[in-house]
Structure formats: C-alpha cells, structure tokens
Design a protein around this ligand. Structure first.
Ligand code: SF4
Length: 346
C-alpha cells in the first residue's frame, strides 16, 4: 500500500479511492474565467484541479482562485522557484514541480522547506521530454532514465526530511509510460499520479489514456489520474470517470449499452444515443443504472431485457423494458422523453 497524502480534503494513497484530476486551460491571470472553468470541472466530477502559474500576475490571481474554488488547487510551476514560493504562500493545496528544470539546489530546498511549513504535498513530476543530460548519457532506456531521475529526486527530498510527496513519470509514449510506472511502483511507496502526457485529441487521447492509465490501474498501480486531452478539460473528467468505472474503481452510475447497428436497424440510432447521452450528462444520480438502447426488434429485446431500463426499436414502435419486463410500446419520437423520465424516477 502507498503512503497517504492529502491535497486539501482529498486523500491520495492509503485506502483512498483513485481520485480524478484535471488542469485548467484558461489564463490563470483571468481569475473569473479560471474559476468558471473550475466550477464546470467540479460539477463534472473532478476532485482536484491544477492551474499553471507562469508569472507574477498569475500568483496574484491565484489567491482569489484558491479562496473561491470548490476544488483543492495545485499550482504547476516550471523553472521559476520564486513563483513556487509565492504560490505556496497564496494558499494552494499542493504544488507540482519538475525538479529537473529548477537548477538551483538552494532554491529547491527553500521550496521544500516552505511546503513543509504550509503542510502541503509536492508532486515530483518527471517528463520524458525534460530528463536531465546526466541521465541521457547512461545508455539506458528512457523509461529507466525517468525512474533513475525521479529516484534521485526522491532521495534529495527524503534527505531534506520531506516525505509529503507523490510521483509522476509521464511520457507521450504509452508503453514507455507503463514500463516506467511499473518500475517505480516496485521501488517506492509514494502515491503515484498517472497520466499520458500530450495524449492528443479526444479520439487519440482517449485511446492512449485508456490503454496507458487503464493498464496500470488494472495492475493495481496508481492513486490519482489525469487524462490529458487537447480539448475542453470537462471531457477529460468524462474519460477519466469511464476508465475508473470500466475497471470497477468507481460506482458505475448510469451505464449506456447500445448496439453498433446493422442492416436491420430501423431508426437513426446513432443520433438517438447521442441525444440521450447529452440529456443524461445533465442528470446527477448516485444509483447504478444500466440502460440498453437497441436498434431493432430482432436482437434488441433480448439485450434490452438484461438492463435496468431497455428500449428496442422497430420501424413504428419503441418497446420499453424495465427490469426485463415489457412495460410500454410507444411512438419512437416520444421514447427519449420516456427514458429520461424513467432514469429520473429510478
Ligand atoms: Fe443490428 Fe438489431 Fe443487433 Fe442492432 S440490435 S446490431 S440493429 S441486429
């Protein structure tokens, strides 16, 4: 079991469930837009949010963000140790640094000391693209170099008496990321933050993250996750939640099963499912509800019967099932409303 740390009220490691993180895409200096995005992330199910702090003006804005955010805030700092110190003093709940790009040892020590005084954790985040030169000359694989680099950093933090840390080893190469995390998981008991960096658009990013993060979680590795997408960060939360649900690490909530359609389909099922999913995304429920949406009356009813709520279409009718029993036959146009009401009443 990994050590337990806290980012604000969210426990990571120990017996805590795997938590979901994201990162704002707004200009941190613009605190109203940043807070608006954080609130959308919170409603979507995000548990911890990271904001980039690239300059002094962002630090000033950070104070307002921290005081009004519904989520714990992690400041993401590169290169500038002074911004790290000022961000900690602004009241953040955690900090992410890449020690490889903070060259001054005395400044790094100061960050550690200040984080310790404010009792906040530090994520030591090593990225494959920023491995220091001394490791690059070793002739080892990049995954091994990332691990060597982070193990040296861990030693430095431990020697400084600071163990309130979590680790990330991110690469845009999925297999490399998996290898690196498997190695570090055996070498230390600090909680691990999983992610595939620069994963890409919703399509490729979802595939890469599902394989990379999903493989590790399936092996029992990882304590908090961030799916990176070149898109609205709210979509990162949806993908992260799905990964956790598929692996049984999160209550399933509403699960939609739909057929791929074939020549037998008699309605525009693809659009029906899209519209249904869109409407459902606005409904909050703690219950686990399995909903089947099937395109024809040949195979549809059988599948629909296995779900809590099911629907199978024919040309002129929508057959509605509840817990395996046919309860209604409707005009297909009215069926979406009926399903939504059934979910709300469940
Ligand atoms: Fe085809 Fe019907 Fe199966 Fe959908 S449920 S894939 S329409 S046979």
């Amino acid at each position: 079991m990994k050590r337990e740390i806290y980012v604000g009220r969210v426990g990571i490691g120990g017996n805590h469930p795997v938590s979901i993180q994201s990162m704002t895409t707004t200009d941190t200096r613009d605190y109203s837009s940043t807070l608006a995005q954080i609130k959308r992330l919170y409603i979507a199910g995000c548990e911890i949010v990271r904001v980039a702090v690239p300059d002094q003006e962002s630090v000033i804005s950070l104070k307002t963000i921290v005081s009004e955010s519904p989520l714990p805030i992690i400041a993401d700092i590169h290169f500038n140790p002074d911004l790290a110190l000022k961000s900690i003093k602004a009241g953040i709940d955690g900090i992410r640094i890449n020690p490889g790009n903070i060259s001054s040892i005395s400044k790094l020590s100061k960050i550690i000391k200040t984080a310790s005084q404010h009792n906040i954790p530090i994520r030591i985040g090593v990225n494959s693209g920023s491995i220091e030169k001394k490791y690059q000359k070793s002739g080892k694989t990049r995954a091994e170099m990332m691990v060597d680099s982070v193990m040296d950093k861990i030693k430095f933090f431990e020697d400084s008496g600071f163990c309130n840390i979590k680790i990330s080893l991110k690469s845009s190469d999925v297999k490399e990321t998996i290898k690196a995390y498997r190695m570090i998981d055996n070498l230390c008991d600090y909680p691990l933050h999983l992610g595939i960096t620069e994963a890409g658009t919703i399509f490729s990013g979802t595939i890469k993250s599902s394989i990379g993060i999903g493989s590790l979680l399936a092996d029992g590795i990882g304590n908090t996750i961030r799916v990176s997408l070149t898109d609205d960060p709210v979509k990162e939360i949806r993908v992260a939640e799905e990964i956790l649900k598929v692996l049984g690490l999160k209550e399933k909530g509403i699960e939609i099963i739909s057929c791929p359609t074939c020549a037998r389909v008699s309605v525009d099922l693809i659009n029906i499912v899209k519209k249904f999913e869109e409407r459902l995304s606005k409904i909050k429920t703690d219950k686990n509800i399995k909903i089947a949406i099937m395109g024809c009356e040949v195979n549809g009813p059988g599948e629909a019967k296995d779900a809590d709520i099911g629907i199978a279409f024919s040309k002129s009718k929508a057959y509605i099932f509840k817990k395996g029993k046919l309860i209604d036959k409707l005009n297909p146009e009215n069926s979406l409303e009926k399903l939504i009401n059934m979910v709300i009443e469940s």
